[in-house]
Design a protein around this ligand. Sequence first.
Ligand SMILES: [Zn+2]
Ligand SMILES: [Zn+2]
Length: 391
Amino acid sequence: MDAQQTCTALNDAELHAFTALRRQIHAAPELGGDTPHTAELVAAKLQQWGYQVHRGVGGHGLVGVLRKGQGSRRIGLRADMDALPMQEKNAFAHASQIPGRMHACGHDGHTAILLAAAYRLANCPFNGTLNLIFQPDEEGLCGAKAMIDDGLFERFPCDAIFALHNMPGAPVGSAVVQAGPTMASSERVEVHITGKGGHGAMPELAVDPLPVVASLINAIQTIKSRNLAPEEYAVVSIGMLQAGSVYNIIPDEASMLISVRTDTPQTQQKINQRLSEIVRGHEQAFGVGIALTFTQLAPALINHTAETEQVRQSLAPLFAPGQLHSRGPKVMGTEDFAWMLEQVPGCYFMLGNGEGEFHGCSVHNPHYDFNDELIRLGADCWYKLVSDYLI
Ligand SMILES: [Zn+2]
Ligand SMILES: [Zn+2]
C-alpha cells in the first residue's frame, strides 16, 4: 500500500490489503522474543508511510513515531506480535506454514489493526506525538518488560498508553472498557524442602520431606478458601511436584512449583505472606528446611480511571447502544501490558471477536482464528482515540 492522499476511513481495497497482511503474518508465526521477520514487515510498512522507525527496542521490539503540529501531548498505542508454540488444526489457506507454531491468540490481528490505523493516521491531522509500540513475547510475559528495561518510556515518553485484545465468544461490534483490575497477575513460587535422606527401612534415621509435601498441599488449599474474603479473586494452583527416585530410598529433598494469580497487588501480598507463614510452620513441625522463591512474571493489569473514561467516550460513537460494556467476564489470565501500565497511565480494552464455533473459539485453541472483520473496527477505534487525545 502506498501512502494515501486524504484522511478518510479505509476503503474496501485497503481493507482487503490489510486482511491479506494479517493472513500473511498468520501463516508465518514467530515465537516469543524471536520475531525478526514480523518486526521487519511492520518496520518497512511504517517507514513507507512516513513514520520514524526505531528497531531493536528490547530485542525485536520496535517503535514507530509520527509528530504533527505543535502539541506537546504524547500517546502510545501498543500491539503484540508473537505466536504460540502449538500445532494449528485449521485447514484454511492462511493456516500456519510452520509446524508447532500458531497465531492462536490473535496477535497477528492486533498487529494488522495497529498497522491499518498507522496507515490512516499518516495522512490525518492530529496535534502531538504518536508512538506506535510493537512488542514481541507477550505470551512469555517478557516482551513489555524487555522494552521498558531498554528505555522505552525514556526514549519515547508517553502521557498515556493503550492496548486492545480480541475477545472470542463476544459479538463483533461489542467491547469491554473496564476501569480498575482487568487481568490477573502471574507469579511463580518455588518451594524447596530439604530433609535428610536414608534407607526406606529406617525412617527413624531420616527426615522425610514427602509427608511435608502432603501436608503443604492441604495447607496451601486453605489460603483461598479460609484466608481470603469471597470478593478477593485469586488462583493458587500447585502445578509440579518433584521428589525421590525409587521405592526404598527416602529422598533428602523435594520441590513444588505453585502458580499464584490475583487481580490486585494487595491480594497477592496476602497470599505470599500466608505461604511464608505456612512454610515456616512446617519447618518447625517437621524439622525440615524450606526455601521459598517468588518470581513475579507480570503484575495485575489495572486500568487507570481517567484514561479508561477517555477510551469509553472516544469509542462510544463507534458502537451500538448497549454494546460498550464497562464490566467484562472475570478473567484470571495474564497480560504483560500490565508492566507498561505500571509506568504510564492507560487502558487495555477488549473487542468481541465473534460468536459460534469458529470465531467464538477460545484463544490458545488449535482451531482459533482472528476475525478479520475486526480490522476495520479496531483501526477506527485507534483512529478515534488518537484524534481525540492529540487535539
Ligand atoms: Zn495468549
Ligand atoms: Zn493474547
